[in-house]
Design a protein. Structure first.
Length: 143
């Protein structure tokens, strides 16, 4: 057992704000990196051009709904209807691997692109950019 204050992980964290930036690193991007380092369970996600944060291990559908971004999901996230389809533009490697049920659901709709995932099944492990296949238009009553 190590004495208190002698833990090598104590020094891990966000870079101090007064530290000089490496050449070519945008200040806004560096600030975003500091924020991500400060809260590693939050992952930056962009869906239909809207930037939001997802919980690491959470689904894209849950992140979208939490931030008020409406994605169609007729079956209630049960991998049946495939209406929550998204097209991943970048960061596909930062989603959990596609499962058998998701693959079969997509194939039943003749969706063969590897860039297409179901937002109800794809779990976020890192930053991604995606767009909805069936975006909702208009407002719901009370909005």
């Amino acid at each position: 057992m190590r004495p208190a204050g002698d833990d090598p992980l104590d020094s891990v964290g966000a870079a101090p704000p007064d530290r000089p930036l490496p050449p070519g690193l945008d200040a806004a991007f560096a600030e975003r990196l500091r924020q991500v380092a400060a809260d590693p369970d939050r992952v930056p996600v962009e869906i239909d051009g809207r930037k939001l944060e997802a919980r690491r291990g959470g689904t894209l559908l849950a992140a979208a709904m939490k931030h008020g971004l409406r994605l169609m999901h007729v079956c209630g996230a049960r991998t049946l209807c495939t209406t929550c389809r998204i097209r991943v533009d970048s960061g596909a490697e930062n989603l959990t691997p596609i499962g058998t049920r998701e693959r079969l659901a997509l194939r039943s709709r003749l969706v063969l692109s590897r860039a297409t995932r179901l937002a109800c099944q794809a779990r976020v492990e890192g930053p991604i950019e995606a767009r909805a296949t069936f975006p909702l238009c208009g407002n719901l009553p009370g909005e």
